[in-house]
Design a protein around this ligand. Structure first.
Ligand code: MN
Length: 213
């Protein structure tokens, strides 16, 4: 089965005013669409074409050299965006609430408080020069949450040697200009601050539970 753009669990307009309708439409259909098309092209006819994206990206070093770059960028882009759409929900339908339960406790244990976590996460977003992502990851071995940032379409599942950080990503924010330019232009800090209003903490909790298994 070739990779496909997942159907959004909400309308393009559902995240207004935090993320505008046109950005959602172009971001999902054109940007994510291109990552999907190029990932399929790179893996067509290979044994990796039918594997879950996470599995392929976790073994990038095993791919033929000529596939590694295109798969890192485009299958990375597919995985990142597939996660990202699920990590948001319309304000009023679960978006923008706060973490609860074990996730809230793990955030407090790692960062001191939810507000301190948000501050550190925003700093990671602002510290990413150019295009990339910020992540909240769960490390199974140390049983701890941590924040990191990756360049381009790298994902922590690629591992430290490639992505610069590891662990299981449970929350991620796209800080490419294509994610916010129409609404926020150069004001990345405003985009990050507004984004907390659409974070789907129920989904983050699901990712946290899955990473803990
Ligand atoms: Mn993007």
């Amino acid at each position: 089965m070739p990779f496909t753009i997942p159907t959004l669990p909400y309308a393009f307009s559902a995240l207004e005013p935090v993320i505008d309708t046109q950005t959602m439409e172009i971001h999902t259909q054109k940007h994510h669409g291109a990552y999907v098309a190029n990932a399929n092209k790179a893996l067509e006819g290979t044994k990796w074409a039918d594997m879950p994206a996470e599995s392929v990206l976790a073994q990038l070093a095993d791919l033929p050299e000529d596939k590694r770059g295109p798969v890192r960028n485009n299958l990375g882009g597919h995985l990142n965006h597939s996660m990202f759409w699920q990590l948001m929900a319309p304000p009023g339908s679960g978006g923008g609430a706060a973490p609860t339960g074990e996730l809230a406790a793990a955030i407090e244990a790692a960062f001191g408080s939810f507000d301190a976590f948000k501050g550190q996460f925003a700093a990671a977003c602002m510290g990413r020069f150019g295009s990339g992502w910020s992540w909240l990851c769960w490390d199974r071995d140390s049983k701890k949450l941590s924040i990191c940032s990756t360049a381009n379409q790298d994902n922590p599942v690629m591992g430290k040697a490639i992505a610069g950080c590891g662990g299981a990503p449970i929350l991620g924010l796209d800080v490419w200009e294509h994610a916010y330019y129409l609404n926020y232009q150069n004001r990345r800090a405003d985009y990050v601050a507004a984004w907390w209003g659409v974070v789907n903490w129920a989904q983050v909790a699901k990712n946290f539970a899955a990473a803990n298994k």
